[in-house]
Design a protein around this ligand. Sequence first.
Ligand SMILES: [Ca+2]
Ligand SMILES: [Ca+2]
Length: 348
Amino acid sequence: MNARRAWTCLLATLLVASPGRTQSPEAAPAATSASAAAAAAAPARATQPTAIVVLGAGGETPYEETFAKQAGLWKDGAVRGGARLVFIGEEAAVEGAPDDLTRLKTALAAEARGGTEPLWLVLLGHGTFDGRVAKFNLRGPDLTATELALDLQPFTRPLVIINAASASAPFMNLLKGPDRIVVTSTRSGYQQNYARFGLYLAEAIADPRGDLDKDGQTSVLEAYISAAQSVAEFYKTEARLATEHALLDDNGDGRGTPADWFRGVRAVRRPAEGVALDGTRAHQLHLLPSAAERALSAEVRVKRDEIEREIALLRESKDRMLIDEYYRQLEAKFIELSKLYQAAERGT
Ligand SMILES: [Ca+2]
Ligand SMILES: [Ca+2]
């Protein structure tokens, strides 16, 4: 039994034992024949995760090196985690070959739209924002946030979209949606300096040292928090004003939650009235899942994720509830979770 399950069962036992406790988008280009053909052949439901890692135009040498290092870490994590890897941006341009934008669009079109296995899209490089259009810089034509939003529109499977580039913030609002995790390295399109967040995130995403809750795997949320802390420490150590502040949105409202709102994996700051916190969904997806996580069937994972979401919503409602009622509902949810794990271990 892993730490997460053990903790759930223990908490359920304790609760049972004490029941009396009180823009203006530009026109989308027509789909190329290659992407149209890929879309026609795409399966309806994904049977394994996919990671599309995109290495953008590096510009000067030191940047090229760090972006290539990030790409290597993501590729390694994706393969070790059992994802199908699609990598765009490494090979030297060949005369007559499709440009990277076309290759990305074709890769997206070829992906299954539905299912429960996530699609990771990781953008590593530089970005720009001119006050109207946000772009990720590719070799050849750049990728605009608006165009990517259109390409992602048909997807209902879980999406993890990481834009580690400078000036990446506008991507969040355009790419937001149900069951989508969007991480950007900046909180504004005007944070245009090289963003260090990307390297720290790549280093953390499959690193056990980022496993804050010690369940044997590093979630997107844990890697995000760890990387943002490293960014903050870098600027503090250098006695420089931070020019980047990463954000994560996983509840589909397009409003990111800053990493310094979390203690461990729980948000401790309160958002503005009517705004919900992020973090629950991002703590359920892992590039490198533990053996225990991989052993769960898709059906059990979906049910577990739903119960955890209900627990998170309940916690957010605590102040508006009678305390006895809060604990009664919390107890019921933990018992449900515990029974789910027990049934999964019995294989029933
Ligand atoms: Ca963890
Ligand atoms: Ca949000």
